[in-house]
Design a protein around this ligand. Structure first.
Ligand code: NAP
Length: 268
Protein backbone atom coordinates (compact mmCIF):
# COMPACT_ATOMS: atom_id res chain seq x y z
CA UNK A 1 0.00 0.00 0.00
CA UNK A 2 1.26 3.43 -0.91
CA UNK A 3 0.70 6.45 1.30
CA UNK A 4 -1.85 7.81 -1.21
CA UNK A 5 -3.36 4.61 -2.53
CA UNK A 6 -6.78 5.28 -4.05
CA UNK A 7 -6.50 9.07 -3.78
CA UNK A 8 -7.31 11.36 -6.70
CA UNK A 9 -5.07 14.42 -7.00
CA UNK A 10 -4.50 17.53 -9.08
CA UNK A 11 -1.01 19.05 -8.94
CA UNK A 12 -0.29 22.40 -10.61
CA UNK A 13 3.04 23.71 -11.81
CA UNK A 14 3.77 20.06 -12.53
CA UNK A 15 5.83 20.71 -15.66
CA UNK A 16 8.96 21.53 -13.69
CA UNK A 17 10.71 21.68 -10.32
CA UNK A 18 8.66 21.12 -7.17
CA UNK A 19 5.40 20.29 -8.99
CA UNK A 20 7.11 17.68 -11.15
CA UNK A 21 8.74 16.04 -8.14
CA UNK A 22 5.51 16.12 -6.11
CA UNK A 23 3.20 14.86 -8.85
CA UNK A 24 5.53 11.94 -9.58
CA UNK A 25 5.86 11.16 -5.86
CA UNK A 26 2.09 11.27 -5.36
CA UNK A 27 1.63 8.79 -8.24
CA UNK A 28 4.41 6.54 -6.92
CA UNK A 29 2.52 6.49 -3.60
CA UNK A 30 -0.61 5.24 -5.35
CA UNK A 31 -2.55 8.39 -6.28
CA UNK A 32 -4.18 9.03 -9.64
CA UNK A 33 -2.66 12.37 -10.63
CA UNK A 34 -3.64 15.08 -13.08
CA UNK A 35 -0.48 17.11 -13.70
CA UNK A 36 -1.28 20.67 -14.80
CA UNK A 37 1.06 23.29 -16.22
CA UNK A 38 1.20 26.15 -18.72
CA UNK A 39 4.22 24.47 -20.24
CA UNK A 40 2.80 21.68 -22.46
CA UNK A 41 6.17 20.03 -23.18
CA UNK A 42 7.23 20.17 -19.55
CA UNK A 43 4.09 18.57 -18.20
CA UNK A 44 4.09 15.92 -20.95
CA UNK A 45 7.64 15.00 -19.91
CA UNK A 46 6.60 14.81 -16.25
CA UNK A 47 4.01 12.11 -16.93
CA UNK A 48 5.75 10.25 -19.75
CA UNK A 49 5.89 6.51 -19.09
CA UNK A 50 4.43 6.92 -15.59
CA UNK A 51 1.51 4.97 -14.20
CA UNK A 52 -1.64 6.74 -12.98
CA UNK A 53 -0.49 10.12 -14.35
CA UNK A 54 -2.04 12.31 -17.04
CA UNK A 55 -1.07 15.78 -18.23
CA UNK A 56 -3.11 18.87 -18.97
CA UNK A 57 -2.02 22.26 -20.25
CA UNK A 58 -3.75 25.15 -18.52
CA UNK A 59 -3.41 28.50 -16.82
CA UNK A 60 -4.10 28.38 -13.07
CA UNK A 61 -5.05 32.05 -13.05
CA UNK A 62 -7.90 31.54 -15.55
CA UNK A 63 -11.10 30.79 -13.66
CA UNK A 64 -12.88 29.25 -16.67
CA UNK A 65 -9.99 26.81 -17.11
CA UNK A 66 -9.72 25.88 -13.42
CA UNK A 67 -13.45 25.42 -13.00
CA UNK A 68 -13.76 23.29 -16.16
CA UNK A 69 -10.69 21.21 -15.36
CA UNK A 70 -11.79 20.42 -11.80
CA UNK A 71 -15.31 19.56 -12.98
CA UNK A 72 -13.99 17.20 -15.68
CA UNK A 73 -11.59 15.57 -13.25
CA UNK A 74 -14.36 14.94 -10.73
CA UNK A 75 -16.61 13.53 -13.47
CA UNK A 76 -13.89 11.18 -14.69
CA UNK A 77 -12.57 10.11 -11.29
CA UNK A 78 -15.76 10.24 -9.26
CA UNK A 79 -14.28 12.75 -6.81
CA UNK A 80 -11.16 14.66 -5.79
CA UNK A 81 -9.12 14.02 -2.65
CA UNK A 82 -6.03 16.20 -3.05
CA UNK A 83 -5.10 19.50 -4.66
CA UNK A 84 -1.51 20.70 -4.59
CA UNK A 85 -1.84 24.32 -5.81
CA UNK A 86 1.82 24.87 -6.48
CA UNK A 87 2.25 26.77 -9.77
CA UNK A 88 4.03 30.08 -9.34
CA UNK A 89 6.23 32.68 -10.96
CA UNK A 90 9.01 34.74 -9.42
CA UNK A 91 8.47 37.91 -11.40
CA UNK A 92 12.22 38.34 -11.63
CA UNK A 93 13.80 41.30 -9.89
CA UNK A 94 12.64 44.89 -10.35
CA UNK A 95 13.35 47.94 -8.18
CA UNK A 96 10.29 49.20 -6.30
CA UNK A 97 10.25 52.51 -8.20
CA UNK A 98 9.96 50.72 -11.56
CA UNK A 99 7.16 48.37 -10.55
CA UNK A 100 3.72 48.92 -12.09
CA UNK A 101 0.24 47.69 -11.16
CA UNK A 102 0.44 45.32 -14.18
CA UNK A 103 3.65 43.83 -12.85
CA UNK A 104 2.02 43.28 -9.44
CA UNK A 105 -1.21 41.92 -10.93
CA UNK A 106 0.58 39.35 -13.06
CA UNK A 107 2.41 37.89 -10.05
CA UNK A 108 -0.63 38.03 -7.75
CA UNK A 109 -2.85 36.39 -10.38
CA UNK A 110 -0.69 33.30 -10.70
CA UNK A 111 0.70 32.96 -7.16
CA UNK A 112 -2.32 33.94 -5.06
CA UNK A 113 -5.45 33.99 -7.21
CA UNK A 114 -4.38 30.63 -8.73
CA UNK A 115 -4.50 28.82 -5.35
CA UNK A 116 -7.72 30.69 -4.47
CA UNK A 117 -9.38 29.39 -7.67
CA UNK A 118 -8.47 25.79 -6.81
CA UNK A 119 -9.79 26.27 -3.27
CA UNK A 120 -13.00 27.76 -4.65
CA UNK A 121 -13.64 25.07 -7.26
CA UNK A 122 -12.25 21.92 -5.60
CA UNK A 123 -13.39 22.42 -2.01
CA UNK A 124 -17.16 22.02 -2.68
CA UNK A 125 -16.51 18.53 -4.11
CA UNK A 126 -14.33 17.67 -1.11
CA UNK A 127 -16.94 19.01 1.31
CA UNK A 128 -19.61 16.88 -0.41
CA UNK A 129 -17.38 13.80 0.09
CA UNK A 130 -16.62 14.74 3.69
CA UNK A 131 -12.84 14.68 3.21
CA UNK A 132 -9.99 16.20 1.22
CA UNK A 133 -6.63 17.90 1.56
CA UNK A 134 -5.55 21.11 -0.13
CA UNK A 135 -1.88 22.05 -0.06
CA UNK A 136 -0.69 25.40 -1.42
CA UNK A 137 2.86 26.46 -2.12
CA UNK A 138 3.78 29.66 -0.30
CA UNK A 139 7.45 30.51 0.39
CA UNK A 140 9.82 31.73 3.05
CA UNK A 141 9.35 34.99 1.12
CA UNK A 142 5.84 35.10 2.59
CA UNK A 143 7.23 34.95 6.13
CA UNK A 144 10.03 37.53 6.07
CA UNK A 145 11.73 39.99 3.73
CA UNK A 146 14.52 39.46 1.23
CA UNK A 147 13.55 36.18 -0.44
CA UNK A 148 11.78 37.70 -3.44
CA UNK A 149 10.61 40.86 -5.13
CA UNK A 150 7.84 42.82 -3.32
CA UNK A 151 4.77 41.43 -5.13
CA UNK A 152 6.21 37.89 -4.95
CA UNK A 153 6.62 38.20 -1.17
CA UNK A 154 3.16 39.76 -0.83
CA UNK A 155 1.62 36.97 -2.94
CA UNK A 156 3.20 34.30 -0.74
CA UNK A 157 2.16 36.05 2.49
CA UNK A 158 -1.30 36.05 0.89
CA UNK A 159 -1.14 32.29 0.36
CA UNK A 160 -0.33 31.78 4.05
CA UNK A 161 -3.30 33.98 4.99
CA UNK A 162 -5.50 32.11 2.48
CA UNK A 163 -4.86 28.75 4.13
CA UNK A 164 -5.38 30.17 7.60
CA UNK A 165 -8.69 31.81 6.71
CA UNK A 166 -10.03 29.01 4.50
CA UNK A 167 -9.35 26.44 7.24
CA UNK A 168 -12.13 28.19 9.16
CA UNK A 169 -14.49 28.32 6.16
CA UNK A 170 -14.04 24.55 5.97
CA UNK A 171 -14.60 24.01 9.70
CA UNK A 172 -16.36 20.75 10.46
CA UNK A 173 -16.27 19.52 6.86
CA UNK A 174 -13.36 17.07 7.09
CA UNK A 175 -11.42 19.08 4.50
CA UNK A 176 -7.98 20.36 5.53
CA UNK A 177 -5.82 23.08 3.98
CA UNK A 178 -2.14 23.85 4.62
CA UNK A 179 0.81 25.57 2.99
CA UNK A 180 4.39 24.60 2.43
CA UNK A 181 7.01 27.38 2.48
CA UNK A 182 10.10 26.33 0.55
CA UNK A 183 13.46 27.99 1.07
CA UNK A 184 15.95 28.11 -1.80
CA UNK A 185 15.34 25.07 -4.02
CA UNK A 186 17.06 24.31 -7.32
CA UNK A 187 14.28 24.40 -9.95
CA UNK A 188 13.46 26.14 -13.22
CA UNK A 189 12.58 29.25 -11.23
CA UNK A 190 15.96 29.55 -9.52
CA UNK A 191 18.07 28.19 -12.39
CA UNK A 192 19.58 31.60 -13.19
CA UNK A 193 20.88 31.92 -9.61
CA UNK A 194 22.50 28.48 -9.72
CA UNK A 195 23.83 28.94 -13.26
CA UNK A 196 25.44 32.26 -12.33
CA UNK A 197 27.02 30.81 -9.19
CA UNK A 198 28.42 27.86 -11.17
CA UNK A 199 29.77 30.22 -13.80
CA UNK A 200 31.53 32.25 -11.12
CA UNK A 201 32.74 29.17 -9.26
CA UNK A 202 30.82 30.25 -6.15
CA UNK A 203 28.35 27.34 -6.08
CA UNK A 204 29.59 26.29 -2.64
CA UNK A 205 28.31 29.61 -1.23
CA UNK A 206 24.70 28.88 -2.18
CA UNK A 207 22.53 28.18 0.86
CA UNK A 208 25.27 29.14 3.31
CA UNK A 209 22.97 31.37 5.37
CA UNK A 210 20.81 28.45 6.49
CA UNK A 211 22.09 26.01 9.10
CA UNK A 212 21.92 23.05 6.68
CA UNK A 213 24.47 25.04 4.59
CA UNK A 214 23.01 24.04 1.25
CA UNK A 215 20.10 24.64 -1.10
CA UNK A 216 17.17 22.23 -1.11
CA UNK A 217 16.00 19.72 -3.70
CA UNK A 218 12.47 19.63 -5.18
CA UNK A 219 12.00 16.14 -3.68
CA UNK A 220 12.47 17.61 -0.19
CA UNK A 221 9.46 19.89 -0.74
CA UNK A 222 7.52 17.05 -2.37
CA UNK A 223 8.02 15.02 0.83
CA UNK A 224 6.28 17.70 2.91
CA UNK A 225 3.50 18.08 0.33
CA UNK A 226 3.03 14.31 0.38
CA UNK A 227 2.71 14.25 4.17
CA UNK A 228 0.22 17.15 4.19
CA UNK A 229 -1.79 15.59 1.35
CA UNK A 230 -1.94 12.19 3.05
CA UNK A 231 -4.12 10.93 5.88
CA UNK A 232 -0.98 10.89 8.07
CA UNK A 233 -1.63 14.64 8.46
CA UNK A 234 -5.24 14.09 9.52
CA UNK A 235 -5.01 16.61 12.40
CA UNK A 236 -2.82 19.17 10.61
CA UNK A 237 -4.83 22.14 9.40
CA UNK A 238 -4.52 25.85 8.63
CA UNK A 239 -0.72 25.89 8.97
CA UNK A 240 2.24 27.05 6.90
CA UNK A 241 5.34 24.88 7.14
CA UNK A 242 8.79 26.17 6.23
CA UNK A 243 11.00 23.60 4.50
CA UNK A 244 14.09 25.73 4.26
CA UNK A 245 17.00 24.05 6.05
CA UNK A 246 16.27 26.24 9.08
CA UNK A 247 16.62 29.59 7.29
CA UNK A 248 13.46 31.16 8.71
CA UNK A 249 14.23 29.97 12.25
CA UNK A 250 16.78 32.73 12.77
CA UNK A 251 16.96 36.42 13.43
CA UNK A 252 19.65 38.08 11.31
CA UNK A 253 23.10 37.28 12.61
CA UNK A 254 26.69 38.03 11.75
CA UNK A 255 28.66 35.13 10.29
CA UNK A 256 31.43 34.12 12.66
CA UNK A 257 29.69 35.78 15.61
CA UNK A 258 31.14 35.47 19.10
CA UNK A 259 28.52 32.87 19.97
CA UNK A 260 29.45 30.72 16.98
CA UNK A 261 33.15 31.01 17.78
CA UNK A 262 32.39 29.97 21.35
CA UNK A 263 30.43 26.91 20.15
CA UNK A 264 33.23 25.99 17.77
CA UNK A 265 35.85 26.36 20.49
CA UNK A 266 33.78 24.23 22.88
CA UNK A 267 33.62 21.50 20.22
CA UNK A 268 37.37 21.51 19.48
P1 NAP B 1 9.47 26.08 -11.69
O1 NAP B 1 10.48 25.03 -11.85
O2 NAP B 1 9.55 27.30 -12.54
O3 NAP B 1 8.02 25.43 -11.82
C1 NAP B 1 6.86 26.21 -11.84
C2 NAP B 1 5.98 25.72 -12.97
O4 NAP B 1 4.75 26.46 -12.90
C3 NAP B 1 6.58 25.96 -14.35
O5 NAP B 1 6.50 24.80 -15.13
C4 NAP B 1 5.71 27.08 -14.89
O6 NAP B 1 5.58 27.07 -16.29
C5 NAP B 1 4.38 26.78 -14.24
N1 NAP B 1 3.49 27.93 -14.30
C6 NAP B 1 3.80 29.24 -14.24
N2 NAP B 1 2.70 29.99 -14.37
C7 NAP B 1 1.67 29.13 -14.53
C8 NAP B 1 0.28 29.31 -14.74
N3 NAP B 1 -0.27 30.53 -14.81
N4 NAP B 1 -0.50 28.21 -14.88
C9 NAP B 1 0.04 26.96 -14.85
N5 NAP B 1 1.35 26.75 -14.66
C10 NAP B 1 2.15 27.82 -14.50
O7 NAP B 1 9.51 26.64 -10.20
P2 NAP B 1 9.39 25.90 -8.78
O8 NAP B 1 10.49 26.44 -7.97
O9 NAP B 1 9.19 24.45 -8.91
O10 NAP B 1 8.05 26.62 -8.27
C11 NAP B 1 6.97 25.92 -7.69
C12 NAP B 1 6.41 26.75 -6.57
O11 NAP B 1 7.37 26.84 -5.53
C13 NAP B 1 6.08 28.19 -6.94
O12 NAP B 1 4.85 28.56 -6.36
C14 NAP B 1 7.21 28.98 -6.34
O13 NAP B 1 6.84 30.31 -6.06
C15 NAP B 1 7.47 28.18 -5.09
N6 NAP B 1 8.77 28.39 -4.46
C16 NAP B 1 9.92 28.05 -5.09
C17 NAP B 1 11.13 28.26 -4.44
C18 NAP B 1 12.46 27.91 -5.07
O14 NAP B 1 13.51 28.24 -4.49
N7 NAP B 1 12.46 27.25 -6.22
C19 NAP B 1 11.16 28.81 -3.16
C20 NAP B 1 9.96 29.14 -2.55
C21 NAP B 1 8.76 28.91 -3.20
P3 NAP B 1 6.55 28.01 -17.17
O15 NAP B 1 7.90 27.40 -17.04
O16 NAP B 1 5.94 27.93 -18.53
O17 NAP B 1 6.46 29.37 -16.52
Amino acid sequence: MGRLTGKRAIVTGAGSGIGRAASRRFAEEGATVLAVDLNADGVAETVEGRERMSAETGDVSDEAYVSGSVTNFVKQQGGIDIVFANAGISGGWMPLADQTPDYWENILRVNLIGPFLYVKHASPHMVAQGHGSIVCTASVAGIRANAGVHPYSASKAGVISLVQTVAYDLAGTGVRINAVCPGLIETGMTKPVFDMARERGSEDRIGQINPMKRAGRPEEIANMALFLASDEASYVNGQAFPVDGGLSASHPYAMGSGQQRAFKKAGE
